[in-house]
Structures are given as C-alpha cells and as structure tokens.
Design a protein around this ligand. Structure first.
Ligand code: GLN
Length: 282
C-alpha cells in the first residue's frame, strides 16, 4: 500500500538522486508528475495527495532507472526544446538548452516574410530543423542525418508537431544536398574530444557516441562541414555551428581560412563560447 504523500515521495527521491544528478529535485518532480500524468504544478497544488499504487510503482521504477544514471529524457522518451516537445530515443542526442542559442542566431538572420531554403546537418531528433520550421513557416528546410534510426524519430517529431516544411534525407553532412544551395546551413555536430568523452563517460554513456565524439580534438566534424558548406550556400548565405566551450577560436580560424566573412562567435546563456557564424561571400 502506498502511504507516502507527494511531498514525501519528492523529498525522498530528491535526496537519493543527489548522489547522481546535478538537478535532483527537478528530476524527481518531472518523473513524479509524469508518473501521475499531471503537470508539475499538480505536485505543489496537492502535496498531501497519496498516489495510486500503480502510479507509485511507475515512479519507483523510473527513479531506479534514473539512479543508474539514465537521463530523464530517455526514461520518459521526450524532451522540451524551444516551443516543442520532442520524442528522443537512445538513437538521438538529447537536445540541450544551449542549442536554443543557435536557433536564436539563425532566426536573427532569417527575415520572417521570405521563402528561404535552410539546412540542418546531423539533425538527430530534428530539434534545430523543427524549431526553425515553426518560426519560419515559409521556409523550406532539409534535415540530414547519417542515422536512419534518428531520422525516423525526427520524422515522427515533425508529424506530431504538425510541421510540413521539413524534408529528411539520409547521409553524411552535406552529402544529401548535392546540387542545391541554401540561404542558411546550421549544425550541432559531434564536437567532444575523444579524451574528454572518456572522462565524461559517466554522464554521456547513454547517448549515441556518434552524435558526441569527433576525433582527437573534437573538431573532425566541424572541419568537414566548414569544408563542404560553401558548395551548398547561396552568395551571402550563412553557416552556423555549435562547438565546444574551448573551440571558439579554432572554429573562427577554420571559417576564415575557408573564405567565410563576417565571422563571429557567440556565448550561450551560461556565458560559454558556443556558436560560430560565418557568411559566405557575396
Ligand atoms: N553539448 C554536448 C555536451 O558537451 C555535446 C553535444 C555535441 O557534441 N554536439 O555534452
């Protein structure tokens, strides 16, 4: 029999989760609200409520999984990004809040009223492509990924969000864009250095390695994209790239050496160098 109140369940879970999570209280709230199939506000409105046994069982099973380190997003199979609720699976990277900065920087460069062609390389769950699609409904967007499993998830996300202006294509980076040019290309490629990945494995081990790690210095994917993109950009088209906290200078140098102009680097909400922009020549 389930005697514990929502308040007690939360307190106990948060205490246990403090061992493994940087956000124990939040994790507990999200899992408990999901187990009850209620918004989080329900937990604060009804702290004395005692959940049904099957609700507590579901919560406890999820809590045990979270205690092994499995991310909340994979346990629930969903994650919020921008204004969207996205399905995520172990085939897709979990979208991070810092990637919303890339979306903002892209939108600043995309007039609302013009029909434009955009591309998202290595789209994963589709986070960037779908956020751009909702904000720029007149745009035509191509999202590429080498992983058919990720593309399946991304297509479902588009469908569920009622988004029809994104086309999904399988292949590496610009490969599926042959013969086409875009007003803006965006990518959050893998950029973790191999050695860093080994250090952070505890935290990242549930996510697809191919979406995270990019060679010894973490720049392999960024180098390929910066090399390929000019063949697929219209004159004055933009390339926007997310990168690691210590890769801002390297990304700007790669962009300049390739011939990009108006290059700039931007910090995320945590003040960390995170996104580089470059404009192809007119
Ligand atoms: N931002 C992620 C991390 O450092 C990495 C994402 C990526 O490689 N694109 O955990």
């Amino acid at each position: 029999m389930s005697a514990a109140t929502l308040r007690d369940l939360l307190a106990t879970a948060a205490r246990r989760l403090a061992e493994i999570s940087a956000t124990p209280r939040l994790d507990a709230e999200i899992l408990l609200a999901a187990a009850l199939d209620r918004p989080r506000s329900h937990l604060f409105a009804w702290p004395e409520r005692r959940p049904e046994p099957e609700q507590s069982d579901r919560f406890n099973a999820w809590l045990e999984r979270r205690l092994t380190g499995e991310p909340v997003a994979y346990i629930l199979g969903r994650r919020e990004f921008w204004s969207l609720e996205l399905e995520v699976t172990p085939d897709t990277l979990i979208p991070r809040p810092e990637t919303e900065r890339l979306v903002e920087l892209a939108l600043e460069r995309l007039p609302v009223d013009r029909a434009m062609a955009l591309a998202d390389l290595g789209a994963g769950s589709g986070a960037i492509a779908l956020a751009l699609a909702v904000e720029r409904p007149k745009a035509r967007i191509v999202a590429t990924d080498r992983s058919p499993a990720a593309l399946t998830v991304a297509r479902r996300n588009a469908h569920r969000s009622g988004i029809h202006n994104v086309e999904f294509r399988e292949g590496d980076w610009c490969e599926p864009l042959a013969g086409e040019r875009f007003d803006l290309i965006a990518s959050n490629p893998p950029y973790v250095a191999a050695a860093d990945f080994h250090q952070r494995r505890g935290e990242l081990r549930f996510e697809p390695q191919a979406a995270l790690v990019a060679g010894v210095d973490g720049l392999d994917a960024l180098r390929i994209i910066i090399a390929q993109a000019p063949d697929h950009l219209k004159p004055s088209g933009w390339l926007l790239l997310e990168h690691g906290y210590d890769q801002g200078e390297a990304a700007l140098t790669l962009l300049r050496e390739r011939g990009f102009v108006a290059v700039s680097d931007h910090r995320d909400a945590a003040g960390i160098s995170r996104t580089s922009c470059g404009r192809w020549r007119a």
